[in-house]
Design a protein around this ligand. Structure first.
Ligand SMILES: C[S@@+](CC[C@H](N)C(=O)[O-])C[C@H]1O[C@@H](n2cnc3c(N)ncnc32)[C@H](O)[C@@H]1O
Length: 376
């Protein structure tokens, strides 16, 4: 079976690399949208459970060209839906159209639904479908007239790990926070500190990486409700991941965070607890201007700051954002030998920071274009 591990702009390569590390077959990083791979249901379940930067896992049912609704109808109808969908399956459809003849997602949805019903009527000999059973969310993507028909095996996006239930000021998506940690070059034996940690997303993702904790360990995936999957095998894969975390939990961890806002630290504390990491991440209310080597963080070994400071995307708070960028520059100068990685949409960040970045990478946080700057 062919699967797509969808990933946001800038994270496709990381997702592809992780799939290769997991031993998946025929991994291909796509120009847009993520990476594809081949495997069985167990492989897709492992990808759901372990991929840190991926948004969802989808089973590819067909790829074909369509410039008319008739071609779309025939292409969707040709799929052997009964191999995956039981007679009581619920099959909602979502559609996306980019640079194609067929540019109306709602029409694409309607035509595809009609084609599926038509096919299932002949295979199940039924006149209507109750759609009361397991959910098979169908995803139709049309790009340059090429149609990809897939079924979502994740359900809720994989960024929803289950530990974050309260939102503070502009929290980072969990997948993006994991990407920032992975890109920082941090080694889990080093200290990592987020000096403006907000609700603690970066810290929790860093701890998950260091302790070998599968990001999806405690959540459910859509494919688990599908009758056709080998349920016992999936349970065994989850049990193995649980064991890996139990073993990983014994490792030392030097991940900590601080924030000027006491409410943010309160939320971070709750999230850390919900992530099963109570007592493993030190959190404190602190202005980053008061962070000093030796007092707050060790002098040796040197570590990595990963920060997601306020963006200043609106004119009225740009000045405040520049001030925080300046404070981050001063922080790095106080902590000699520490690396600082900052994720921000502020185009004048380096000017305020007082140095040019050693490396830069572009990502989107929602619709906001951001840069991840690494200051060695
Ligand atoms: C964009 S938010 C961080 C969101 C965080 N990454 C998350 O996922 O929840 C920026 C944070 O910087 C904090 N902050 C602003 N100025 C600060 C300062 N001087 N020292 C410490 N924290 C500061 C704010 O309180 C806010 O929580």
């Amino acid at each position: 079976m062919e699967w797509i591990a969808s990933a946001a702009f800038g994270m496709e390569g990381m997702t592809g690399r992780d799939l290769k590390h997991m031993g998946m077959k025929n991994v291909r990083v796509m120009d847009v949208g993520g990476a594809s791979f081949e495997g069985n249901f167990e492989d897709a379940f492992r990808a759901n459970l372990w991929l840190r930067t991926c948004d969802r896992i989808m089973l590819v049912m067909a790829r074909f060209e369509a410039r008319s609704y008739e071609e779309l109808f025939q292409g969707v109808k040709a799929v052997d839906w009964q191999k995956l969908l039981p007679a009581d399956a619920a099959f909602p459809i979502r559609a996306r159209c980019v640079k194609s003849q067929l540019m109306s997602p709602s029409d694409v949805q309607k035509i595809a639904k009609r084609a599926m019903v038509e096919k299932l009527k002949t295979t199940y000999g039924a006149d209507w479908f109750s759609e009361t059973g397991a959910v098979f969310q169908v995803d139709i993507s049309i790009r340059n007239d090429m149609v990809t028909v897939a079924v979502d095996a994740s359900g809720e996006p994989l960024s929803k790990r289950g530990y974050r239930t309260w939102n503070g000021e502009a929290p980072l998506r969990e997948t993006l926070a994991a990407a920032l940690v992975l890109q920082s070059g941090w080694h889990p034996w080093q200290p990592l500190h987020d000096p403006c940690c907000g609700t603690g997303t970066v810290l929790i993702e860093a701890a998950f990486i260091a302790l070998n904790r599968a990001p999806g360990l405690t959540r459910k995936f859509a494919m688990e409700a599908w009758p056709c999957v080998p349920h016992a095998a999936l349970d065994a894969i989850r049990a193995e991941a649980r064991k890996k975390f139990e073993e990983g939990s014994r490792r030392p961890l030097a991940v900590s965070g601080s924030d000027i806002n006491p409410e943010a630290i309160e939320l971070a504390t709750r999230h850390v607890k919900q992530a099963g990491l109570a007592g493993r991440i030190a959190l404190s209310v602190k202005d980053m201007r008061a962070l000093n080597p030796g007092d707050d963080l060790p002098l040796e070994p040197t570590g990595v700051f990963v920060a997601n400071p306020p963006y200043g995307e609106r004119l009225d708070n740009q000045r405040a954002a520049h001030a925080v960028a300046k404070q981050l520059g001063e922080l790095q100068r106080r902590f000699r030998g520490w690396k600082l990685c900052a994720f921000s949409a502020d185009t004048l960040f380096e000017q305020a920071y007082g140095r040019r970045a050693t490396r830069r990478r572009r990502y989107y946080n929602g619709r906001i274009e951001c840069e991840y700057r690494i200051f060695e």
